[in-house]
Design a protein around this ligand. Structure first.
Ligand code: NAD
Length: 324
């Protein structure tokens, strides 16, 4: 089985090469190129392609893959929102993902962002390096006893709830899968509202753990932001499209948020996993977000741990050989 791996970075090579010894009939060619309508040409002669979140597997790209005889699209991530799955299925290509890999790793990054924006460690780090030992502006919330609202109680949301309980936080949530005849229900010590509004109104910290679907796009928008407490902290390690960024920026300019931690954001595709330090960024959203002192942006790195990389490599290679 010949596989072309798009958007490869050094850590992918290391984790996949470590596992490849156990899969004698798979041969991988690594390329740093991102999959798009131009680079799809590179897939000629391969049985499968392996892609990541920033690759563009559009309708036209899928048609080309089919024309080249590619049989499998192996997503080495949870989400398949960057693949035209219907078109792939229609053309007989299999689309595979890694449904779960170390949800704790992603949840721990949500915690890292929360701790950073709350205690201003991004500012403190730079101040001390400049021999500025002033504490002005570094005051944060004591999270013990505060309320965290978890939107989406799947694998990662659960892992994040577990962490927050460890901090002594009160955990509330909303997930349409958790149904109740009443306006709330309690599961795993988490107080679930029957609508997201209950979470927006009561949470000091809101963390998003839902997939990007038509129904969840811009679920955080001008209207829902207005329902949140003033001084709320918002964390998003799921998908950028969950938040209407223009609305977020407008609200932050008016002082709505104590802090915002984003591992994902709209328009990240041209940035993620790429060193643009010598370039002038054309994406104004990125520049605007990073200009706020109370916003911390990381570049889609929540998954990046030893355990997650190992699990991703194993599951992707299993998908390649059709092993369940
Ligand atoms: P999951 O499928 O286990 O859980 C998602 C939950 O969201 C489900 O319980 C579902 O019922 C719920 N949900 C769906 N629509 C909702 C809505 N409108 N409101 C509230 N809840 C809703 O998924 P997961 O493994 O927990 O992953 C969540 C997301 O995290 C993924 O879809 C992916 O986009 C993102 N992710 C990001 C990274 C990263 O590196 N930043 C890594 C892995 C996953």
């Amino acid at each position: 089985m010949k596989v072309l791996m798009y958007s490869t970075r050094s850590y992918d090579k290391i984790s996949f090469r470590k596992e490849l010894g156990n899969y004698s009939n798979i041969e991988i060619k690594f390329t740093e190129s991102q999959l798009n309508l131009t680079t799809v040409e590179m897939a000629k002669g391969f049985d499968a392609i392996c892609i990541f979140v920033n690759d563009h597997c559009t309708t036209e790209v899928v048609a080309k893959l089919h024309e080249f005889g590619v049989k499998k699209i192996l997503c080495r991530c949870v989400g398949t929102n960057n693949v035209d799955v219907n078109e792939a299925v229609h053309r007989g290509l299999g689309v595979y993902n890694v449904p779960a890999y170390s949800p704790e790793s992603v949840a721990e990054h949500a915690l890292a962002l929360l701790m950073t924006v709350n205690r201003h460690t991004h500012k403190a780090y730079n101040r001390v390096r400049d021999n500025n030992f002033s504490l002005t502006g570094l005051s944060g919330y004591c999270l013990y006893g505060k309320t965290v609202g978890i939107i989406g109680y799947g694998k990662i949301g659960k892992a994040f709830a577990h962490i927050c309980r460890g901090l002594g936080m009160r955990v509330i949530g909303y997930d349409p899968m958790i149904k109740s005849d009443m306006s709330f229900t309690i599961v795993d010590d988490v107080f679930f509202y029957s609508t997201p509004e209950g979470v927006f109104a009561n949470a000091d910290v809101i963390s998003l753990h839902v997939p990007l679907l038509d129904s969840t796009k811009h679920m955080i928008n001008k209207e829902t932001i207005s329902k949140m407490k003033d001084g709320v902290i918002l964390i998003n390690v799921s998908r950028g499209g969950l938040i209407d960024t223009e609305a977020l920026i407008e609200a932050n300019k008016k002082g709505k948020f104590f802090g915002i931690g984003l591992d994902v954001y709209e328009g990240e595709d041209d940035n993620v996993f790429t060193n643009h330090e010598d370039d002038i960024l054309m994406n104004c959203i990125t520049s605007r977000l990073t200009s706020f002192p109370n916003v911390v942006v990381t570049s889609h790195q929540a998954f990046l741990t030893d355990v997650a990389l190992e699990q991703i490599a194993k599951k992707t290679l299993d998908n390649c050989i059709g092993k369940q």
